[in-house]
Design a protein around this ligand. Structure first.
Ligand SMILES: [Zn+2]
Ligand SMILES: [Zn+2]
Length: 57
């Protein structure tokens, strides 16, 4: 799978990952490899722990 474009969080670095939860394209700095989530999803906590259902866009 190829990813192109800018990180949708900082919009200054090339996105090289896509979040497994929201699908957002993010750069290395904003991707948490341990979880496969973008920094935004990672900061919201893990799914299933007090969070609502995962919404698909
Ligand atoms: Zn970024
Ligand atoms: Zn995400």
């Amino acid at each position: 799978m190829s990813v192109s474009g800018l990180c949708q969080i900082c919009e200054s670095q090339t996105a090289s990952h896509d979040c497994t939860r929201c699908g957002m394209l993010v750069c290395d700095d904003h991707f948490r490899e341990a979880t496969g989530l973008c920094a935004q999803c990672a900061s919201e906590g893990t799914p299933g722990e007090g969070g609502g259902p995962i919404q698909e866009f």
